[in-house]
Design a protein around this ligand. Structure first.
Ligand SMILES: [Zn+2]
Length: 264
């Protein structure tokens, strides 16, 4: 069908919004919201439909209102357990996926036997993901905590376990928050400048715990950087059973990628 089409956008705090766009003028998509672009045949501004963009992985829109094109998958190997893979929620922008690969490998080198527990990234196409507000554009990932058993021996968890500020598992399983390995992971993120990490979300009590450990064992620069990057997001559930990491928009995709969540 040709001519004008009407796109109704739901989910805005102010209620439904109706946009009018011509089906034959994709350039109109430059003004549309990512939701509208997704509904509107996933059209992008013309520039992003040509080489080199037409063969690149693209992250489009906001973390909580976007999608992705040509992402890559993070799979389980000896350094990492990707529990989201069977559900197909293990797709992300290469900058994120490659960073997690480096992190898992570096952790296994620093503390032999360590295996990183990876939860959801995004679905292959992106867009809304069950159980999350964000994770829509391939820039977010949930990473489980490293833990020790009641005897203090490092263990590999295969599920997310919530910990309190004392480092004790909230489910009574006896697992303990492994301060050293969890700090080493945070430090690996701080040192990894290739991906351009923008946030590390974690609950306030665990943030305090990690910073207290870092004060004793890390450089002042790393403590300062961690103080800025580690945060519990406002209006979100307590991140007490995993880290949530987000990378920044790739430099060449700033026109179609939005750093911050859309306000609802
Ligand atoms: Zn998350």
């Amino acid at each position: 069908m040709r001519g004008a089409i009407f796109i109704t956008l739901l989910g805005f705090a102010c209620g439904a919004v109706t946009l009018t766009a011509s089906a034959e003028t994709p350039s109109a998509s430059a003004e549309l919201t990512p939701s509208a672009i997704a509904l509107y045949s996933r059209e992008l501004p013309p520039k992003f439909k040509k080489a080199p963009y037409s063969i690149m992985s693209l992250t489009v829109g906001h973390p909580n209102d976007g999608f992705q094109l040509r992402p890559i998958a993070l799979k389980t190997n000896r350094y990492r357990w990707v529990k989201s893979a069977p559900r197909g929620n293990n797709w992300g922008h290469p900058a994120l996926v490659k960073m997690l690969k480096r992190n898992a490998r570096d952790m296994a080198r620093a503390v032999p036997g360590s295996k990183m527990l990876v939860g959801d990234l995004s679905s292959k196409k992106g867009g809304p993901l069950s159980g999350h507000h964000s994770h829509q554009s391939g820039r977010d990932a949930d990473i489980g905590f490293y833990a020790r058993n009641a005897k203090g021996k490092p263990v590999t968890l295969k599920r997310f376990v919530a910990f309190d500020g004392e480092g004790k598992a909230k489910d009574g399983s006896g697992f303990e928050f492994d301060d050293r390995r969890n700090w080493l992971l945070v430090q690996a993120w701080l040192k990894d400048h290739r991906a351009g990490l923008s946030h590390i979300f974690v609950s306030r009590p665990l943030r305090k715990r990690l910073l207290a450990y870092a004060q004793k064992h890390a450089s002042k620069d790393h403590v300062r950087a961690a103080t800025i990057l580690l945060k519990q997001p406002k209006r979100a559930e307590d991140h007490d059973d995993h880290f949530h990491v987000r990378i920044s928009c790739p430099e060449k995709q700033k026109e179609i990628c939005r750093e911050e969540p859309r306000r609802r």
